[in-house]
Design a protein around this ligand. Sequence first.
Ligand code: C2E
Ligand code: SIN
Ligand code: SIN
Ligand code: FE
Length: 388
Amino acid sequence: MESDLSEKFRRLVEVGLALTSERDVSVLLGRILFEARRFTGAEAGTLYLVIPEGKLLFSVVQNDKLGHSEVLVGNGSQPITIGISPTSIAGLVAGTGSTLNIPDVHDLPESCGFHFDSSFDLKTGYCSRSMLVVPMKTPDGTIVGVIQLINARHPETGEVTTFSKENEELVLCLASQAAVALNNAKLTSELQLAYSEAIHRLARAAEFRDHDTGAHIERVSRYAAAIAEALELPSAEVSKILLASTLHDIGKLAIPDSILQKPEKLTSGEYAEMQCHAKLGADLLAGSENPTLRLAAEIAYCHHEKWDGTGYPRGLRGDEIPLSAQICAVADVFDALASARCYKTALSLEDACEFLRKEAGHHFSPRVVKAFFEVMDKITKIRGVPSV
Ligand code: C2E
Ligand code: SIN
Ligand code: SIN
Ligand code: FE
């Protein structure tokens, strides 16, 4: 028995570690409930999250008998909530923070004040009997959710049995680890959102003086990501390109309005100054440890290089040009061609496409142009999004 317990503790530590490294909140929620059920042999279970409105949100339901496993958050389904009040079992646990270990939900004493909601059983024909309900509590005592385990199965006979005191302790411990993992995952995704928003706002600052809407950079970024996907780059790389490419023209922040907003053709001197935006952008972004900003610096530096070596600022040719910049060049020029600028009118979609085709192997990487046309349906969708 003792070695069984130490084995369980070992697994508990393992599970806790595994949970800590999961960054996707909905995957994490499913894992938490799955592991809690595996620990106790529970046939079914529900995970509820405490939401800001002070309610419990049905977040994961799993039931082996009904062959049912579903994460209900973040998938667009209609949220189902219950109150944090002592009238339901989960509500009572969320409100008090105490664990409930119920041998038989159909045999609750009148005096206990809560009742078992049998509507789910009635609807599905499932028969809930034993139940272990624990709070998910962070170290500072905040209750972030509730794990409700249903029908512990005896490991040998498979009969429905009660949840042992020992399992009660273990699941409580697992639930606390899960609460911490969940908080971390939420913080990470909030940080990522804040970071992504900050980058978009910075990019818009540069764009603002140029074409007074952020629509060009948003489209370029989404074209670039669509092309990267067509080239079968890993999804993490695609996400980085989506964000980093928004900063490709950040160096235009340093270009005077007299050049940037000049409706007539630039003089050769003015054009030379304009060309400095590539190196200026790279300098502005240089020296970061952050992989996305490093990629942004690379794109800013190289997005006006041409496949045949006639581009600027360095005249790189072919695969001397980083793939990210080869992609961004196609995305940027396509959108510039198909849009009106202070200095020119827009080409039709067909003419813009024709330009890319004609310039494959000259201005552009042939492979990247090919990838662009492979996702033409995505490109036209992105193009169709109205300017903001
Ligand atoms: P942008 O307007 O975002 O254009 C980016 C790139 O798209 C250009 O890089 C060029 O490769 C391509 N592109 C844009 N419009 C046309 C076009 O009508 N025909 C062709 N063949 N390609 C086009 P480029 O030329 O190095 O220019 C970089 C930036 O310099 C432009 O960014 C724009 O901000 C500015 N610029 C270029 N020419 C003029 C101009 O005559 N007047 C003004 N005010 N700005 C200019
Ligand atoms: C309750 O906690 O009573 C509601 C959840 C359930 O039906 O199992
Ligand atoms: C193309 O020119 O290859 C297609 C452009 C379009 O979708 O109209
Ligand atoms: Fe540029």
